[in-house]
Design a protein around this ligand. Sequence first.
Ligand code: KG4
Ligand code: ZN
Length: 340
Amino acid sequence: MNKSITILGIESSCDETSASIICDGKILSNIVSSQKVHSLYGGVVPELASRAHQKNILPIVQMALDDAKIEKNNLTAISAAIGPGLMGSLLVGLNFAKSFAYALGIPFISVNHMEAHIYSNFIDEPVPEFPFLNLTISGGHTQLVLMKKDFEYEILGETIDDATGEAFDKVAKMLGLGYPGGPMIDKIAKNGNEEKIKFPRPMIDTDDYKFSFSGVKTSVLYFLRDNKIIPPIEENLLKDICASFQKSIVDVLIAKTFKAAEKYQIKNIAIAGGVSANSRIRNQFKIECEKRNYKLFIPQISYCTDNAAMISVVGYRKYLSGFTSALTSTAHPYLELSNL
Ligand code: KG4
Ligand code: ZN
């Protein structure tokens, strides 16, 4: 009988400490500890994030092993995110992973956090068929990536200013909501009128796949200023602002993604990253894909925001491809996507 391939994945790029076990392609555990401390400051404080990772990393890894009912001696390899992300945060997960792999005498596998978001679409069946187009929308990135083959990334376009999640978080702050603001805007927008306020759709008609979201954010600021609106905002108005802002983002994401899909004649579309947890975005992509006859892939919500299951699935697939990394691998806060 063939021996099972069991990989431990570790994620610590930002403010989630997470560990996951994948065995022969099946996720057995995915423990995510979100650091609450940052909500006091309205955003992630890097120093506090590193400290929390240091405290959490060992118990979280142990919980992932226990939850999966896997002994550490049965691990085949260990994978961890090496970037992009916060340097201090990345170092905690990376150095833990390398040391653990060294102590167990098993390979270490480095993973790019952004490739992991894309591969979160390979955790559950059905998985996208190559070639496919992936829209990654997270707190730090907005990328439209053409995936012709496994681990071959062609970035068609990115944001030239704010990332999608960043725009959600900054607008939420202006509206007097807490951090992270994306989930709150999503919730409040549900009963709002998204046609009520016409916020701009920046670069929606440009002949490229670049995004820009800082103008939408600024127009929300001007709307509040011009109408002398100061938080706490009246409930119905708040709903309409959230819904209208969200709609302007959805419209741009849909327009750019389908423009690329048509140009490159790609029939499989995937979305990933924290903002792909947004109910309005998920819904609109579903509607558009059905209408235009495209196949859509979106991870379940727990695999959209930062998690280690997506790190372990990449580790597993890289291991199968014969890829392992040196124990001298270092963390890179601005790591770009690169082919295997
Ligand atoms: O992928 P992620 O967990 O971390 C990064 O790699 O950045 O994404 C975090 C971002 C945050 O900006 C958060 O506000 C946003 O994802 N987000 C959402 C929702 N859930 C998380 N944005 C809109 N609607 C949501 N439901
Ligand atoms: Zn992320």
